[in-house]
Design a protein around this ligand. Structure first.
Ligand code: PLP
Length: 269
């Protein structure tokens, strides 16, 4: 059954199936773990929003705080570190989520916009509270990639969550001769990328990818008294089909299934 006004499997199984297939293809293409959860959004900004909402919920849950029920008033403080050259959409998402732009710790970058991993290490060395680090794969003007491996290690040493803005750069993973640029990106906890950039899909389509599927679902599942009690998960419209239908056919048009097959069988060749 097809219908664009759906929010879950029962109202439109066809969309749910298309979403599952498109998600699987994306994860294969980016060589990210198959257990990651994928949301289809209006673009990079909303993908940041979704991923950072998952991060916020999970980091606070680990500190005994339910942000969905109790909000941010009185919550443990989360230290947020971002490269000073991060894309504006990251700051928008942080503002939407109540992190406050002024409270964010900005980390110096080199002239191409790469985050200085030593400065990050120094900034987080004394952090004992929940930690969120946002790195970048593909700076908008220079294409520079942050030193992702080092950033991931220092973030995880402090039990932090690493989100990567890969609006442009995550696609390097789809190209065997360029994949080295994004080395280490697979160590992150969540990723943003866009279909309407390198994939040239029609505006608007972004992908929010979260390693901890439960954290993603907790952040984006909604409940309402008027919804039937199917026990089915109903998702927030910021994060659902039917974009996946358009994306699935875009992938097919562009031969993404073929690309995945080639990568698997011939690697760089
Ligand atoms: C690096 C980077 N991140 C995020 C975005 C935001 O993407 P969107 O316009 O899809 O919200 C852009 C857009 O140009 C970008 O270049």
């Amino acid at each position: 059954m097809w219908g664009q006004n759906d929010a879950g499997y029962h109202s439109c199984p066809a969309n749910a199936a298309a979403e599952a297939v498109a998600s699987k293809w994306l994860l294969e293409l980016f060589e990210l773990p198959p257990e990651c959860s994928v949301g289809f959004t209006t673009g990079g900004t909303m993908s940041h929003f979704v991923c950072l909402a998952a991060a916020r919920g999970e980091l606070l849950r680990r500190h005994g705080w339910d942000v969905d029920a109790d909000g941010l008033f009185g919550a443990p403080q989360i230290t947020v570190c971002v490269g000073v050259d991060a894309h504006i959409s990251v700051f928008s998402a942080l503002r939407y989520l109540g992190f406050g732009q002024r409270r964010v710790v900005t980390i110096p970058t080199d002239p191409d916009g790469r985050m200085d991993a030593n400065e990050l290490g120094r900034a987080i060395s004394k952090v004992n509270e929940p930690l969120l680090v946002i790195a970048q794969a593909g700076q908008i003007n220079t294409g520079a990639f942050d030193p992702l491996h080092t950033i991931a290690e220092s973030t995880h040493e402090r039990q932090g969550w690493l989100h990567v803005d890969g609006a442009f750069g995550l696609w390097a993973r789809a190209c065997p001769s360029r994949a080295y640029l994004a080395q280490g990106v697979e160590q992150a906890d969540s990723w943003t990328t866009d279909g309407h950039k390198w994939l040239q899909s029609p505006y608007d389509c972004g992908y929010a990818i979260v390693r901890d599927a439960l954290a993603h679902h907790r952040a984006m599942t909604v409940q309402a008294s008027y919804l039937p009690a199917t026990g089915e998960e109903v998702r927030d419209p910021k994060d659902w089909v039917p974009r996946a239908v358009a994306q699935g056919s875009r992938f097919r048009d562009l031969g993404i299934a073929l690309l995945i097959w080639q990568k698997r069988n011939f690697g760089d060749g």
